[in-house]
Design a protein. Structure first.
Length: 317
């Protein structure tokens, strides 16, 4: 138990440091390659910070724990909006780019609605997994082939980033990514060990400890983006990660261990994810329309919704 607690502490340290270096390298590459920070956030940062969810869900499916994998995906998305974005916004109001309301947020809502339809029969099977894979292939193709926008790089620290070569930036990005993944996995393993010793179910572990552990990169990266003033990266990271969590994480239990799951994962947890996603979408649309930022009050409200969900979940135990 003591060793697990030490590993948990070191995991937090590794996540915070790794996230800072990963965001720094990503921002530098965006400047050097002339790529919009929003696109970087939706691809490199989102995939890197979603890697722990993908890896841990694959392991859970191989160990015939489909509910843990499904709970990880849903719980991570709830954490991403309720805590990661909520905390980041509470620290510093974020200004969403207009383009995110035209493409990325509608894409996220489409994926969420599609996921709800696939889960409506309380079973995640092979056909469901193949459909999700088809969507992520199309989404990836669209991102890579769409006509590039005018680089929205005004938010970046030009003096700091211009002094970093692409090779060095890539090195920091890779180092940060590896540290994020290793730290998150160590944290999840130690946390899961402690939870299992206390007799907690796999579904609750997936929704809370595993989702929390694998989503800490999103929290650390989003807060780091907010503190550095990279609003495009912060919002793009959350939107991209939430899309990947559904499209790239859920296929594993569907392909490897297709089975029925606890209906509460749909009625309670999917609905909470849907509500938080709608709130994020509405907040971004209103901010863009009014030319303002998503304020601290909105961030605190997102946090309170997450806390209410946790309270309901443990009340139903």
């Amino acid at each position: 138990m003591l060793l697990d607690i030490i590993i948990i502490f070191l995991g937090f340290v590794g996540l915070i440091w790794g996230a800072d270096k990963f965001v720094y390298g990503s921002s530098a590459l965006a400047r050097n390659l002339g790529v919009s920070p929003l696109v970087i956030g939706l691809t490199i940062v989102a995939f890197g910070t979603s890697a722990p969810e993908i890896f841990s869900s694959a392991v859970a499916a191989l160990e015939n724990e489909p509910e843990l994998a499904i709970g990880n995906a849903l719980g991570s998305n709830i954490f991403n909006v309720g805590i990661a974005l909520g905390v980041a916004t509470a620290i510093r109001p974020l200004t969403p780019p207009a383009s995110v309301t035209q493409r990325e947020l509608p894409a996220m809502m489409f994926v969420i609605v599609l996921t709800g339809l696939l889960l409506a029969n309380f079973t995640l099977g092979i056909i469901d997994a193949l459909l999700l894979i088809t969507v992520i292939v199309y989404f990836s193709w669209y991102l890579l082939t769409r006509k590039p926008e005018s680089p929205a790089l005004e938010d970046l620290d030009v003096d700091e980033i211009d002094s970093v070569s692409s090779l060095r930036a890539a090195g920091w990005l890779l180092f940060g990514l590896l540290l994020l993944i290793i730290s998150a996995e160590a944290l999840v393993d130690a946390s899961t060990s402690v939870a299992r010793s206390l007799g907690v179910s796999s579904a609750i572990i997936g929704l809370t400890l595993v989702a929390l552990g694998t989503s800490l990169p999103e929290l650390a990266s989003t807060v780091a983006c907010a503190l550095r003033g990279h609003h495009d990266l912060a919002i793009g990271n959350i939107v991209g990660s939430n899309i990947l969590n559904l499209l790239a994480v859920l296929p594993f239990p569907g392909l490897i261990s297709p089975a029925a799951f606890d209906p509460s994962l749909l009625y309670r947890d999917y609905v909470t994810m849907l509500v938080l996603s709608l709130l994020l979408t509405i907040m971004c649309f209103l901010a863009v329309r009014r030319g303002t930022s998503i304020g601290r009050g909105s961030g605190i409200f997102l946090i309170l919704v997450y806390v209410a969900w946790v309270g309901i979940m443990y009340w139903q135990l």
